[in-house]
Ligand binder design. Structure first.
Ligand SMILES: Cc1cc2nc3c(=O)[nH]c(=O)nc-3n(C[C@H](O)[C@H](O)[C@H](O)COP(=O)(O)OP(=O)(O)OC[C@H]3O[C@@H](n4cnc5c(N)ncnc54)[C@H](O)[C@@H]3O)c2cc1C
Length: 383
């Protein structure tokens, strides 16, 4: 008679990209997972995102049905030049979807009933040695592994590596998403099925189509996602832009409906001065743009006793190589694979995973910085 074994158990902190992919991966290997998420609602803060084929293949190969992500492939790359010329070349790289559509589908894969919303981790006692975490309501829980997927402002990282925090890279990203129905048909036609960019005197903008909020893929009912980088030294002007309409200065992101009228007019003036016509129309017509600082972060360790950091909690890569989410997916699915092996009390099965992932994090961070320098973005591009 086969021996019954108790399923191993993981607590996952954060139900966003990294946490949900890790949960789906571990469930493939028979783990029990408890996912805690401090927000009561699914985040709507993101924009467009590349669909990660690796994630779809991994889940499919492990027997997890994925309902199929609504996405739009960019068939052509277009580079608009300041003299009005447009260079066109075939683009084979990626299909794009939106943050909201993808998170919803990931939740379906994992099972929304597994996500405990409104529960925040507040402490990791004993530097993670016991796999115990504390929550807002004062309760504690212990598991074989705790996966900290709590994002850019990660409390886990701050508790385990006090003194290490993200560093401002010297530029910001204005971002937004607009329904195609709010644009002229000439602009919708210009950007149909493309990844398009324009480099102005002081800024660089990139845009592509993503499904409509209802998942619609039909031309005219999709949305256009844009991200527009501007060099901005740290100082009073940056502080003023990062301060929202209620007077609160944000560390990383001023969300969609929070830009002050002054910030909004600054952005609109910049768009009118810098951008060629179709890009300016997209930016100026976007109802709720938002603003993000670009930051750098790499850390020396990912495993702390029974606690493992993944995704943005573990490192940040500048967005130019579409790798924030790719890195989160790789962290999560390789972690699930590593944890599928029998492992001793010290989790030594994670040593190879940590080594490989750290190499990847450092490599990606360096590559993305090199691209930023080529685009003349950031403090290290000066001179
Ligand atoms: C505002 C914003 C918008 C972004 N938009 C895009 C985009 O459009 N496309 C793209 O490719 N990348 C985007 N990124 C980058 C992207 O978030 C990451 O690169 C990547 O997807 C990593 O996700 P993550 O799961 O590690 O972190 P996150 O997506 O930041 O998720 C962390 C989760 O942990 C939860 N959490 C935090 N602290 C606790 C706690 N103490 N207890 C419980 N839960 C907690 C948070 O509420 C959140 O749901 C965006 C980042 C930000 C900050």
């Amino acid at each position: 008679m086969p021996m019954e074994t108790t399923p191993r158990r993981a607590i996952i902190i954060g139900a966003s990209y990294a946490g949900l992919v890790a949960a789906a991966g571990l469930k493939c290997h028979g783990w029990q997972v408890r996912i805690v998420e401090k927000s009561y609602e699914r985040s709507r803060s993101g924009g467009g995102v590349v669909v990660q084929r690796r994630m779809l293949e991994y889940l499919e190969n492990h027997g997890v049905g994925f309902p199929g992500v609504a996405s739009i492939p960019a068939r052509t790359r277009q580079i608009y030049r300041p003299d009005g010329a447009v260079l066109r070349m075939p683009e084979t790289a990626a299909a794009y979807t939106s943050w909201d559509v993808l998170l919803q589908e990931l939740e379906t894969v994992v099972g929304p009933e597994w996500i405990e919303r409104g529960v925040a981790m507040t402490d990791i006692p004993d530097w993670g040695a016991l796999g115990t975490v504390e929550f807002t309501d004062g309760t504690t829980d212990t598991a074989d592994v705790v996966i900290a997927a709590d994002g850019i402002g990660s409390l886990s990282r701050r508790l385990l590596l006090p003194g290490i925090s993200p560093e401002y890279a010297g530029y910001v990203a204005w971002r937004g998403m607009i329904d195609e129905s709010d644009l002229t048909s000439a602009t919708v036609d210009a950007f149909c099925d493309t990844l398009s960019s324009f480099q102005g005197e002081r800024t660089t903008i990139l845009l592509y189509e993503v499904p409509g909020e209802d998942g619609s893929l039909e031309k005219g009912r999709r949305r256009i996602n844009w991200v527009w980088y501007e060099n901005m030294p740290a100082g009073p002007r940056l502080s003023a832009l990062m301060t929202d309409s209620a007077g609160y200065e944000h560390r990383t992101t001023v969300a969609r409906n929070k830009l002050t009228p002054v910030t909004r007019s600054y952005m609109e003036k910049l768009a009118a001065e810098e951008l060629s016509a179709p890009f300016a129309e997209v930016v100026l017509q976007t109802p709720e743009p938002f603003l993000q600082k670009i930051e750098d972060l790499t850390i020396p360790r990912l495993v702390f006793g029974r606690v493992v950091l993944i995704g943005d909690a573990a490192s940040l890569v500048r967005p130019h190589i579409g790798s924030g989410t790719a890195k989160a997916v790789d962290d999560a699915i390789h972690l699930a694979t590593a944890l599928s092996e029998p492992c001793d009390e010290d989790l030594s099965c994670l040593a190879a995973w940590e080594h490989t992932r750290l190499n990847d994090h450092y490599g990606l961070a360096d590559y993305a910085k090199a691209i930023a320098r080529r685009l003349k973005l950031g403090t290290d591009a000066a001179g």
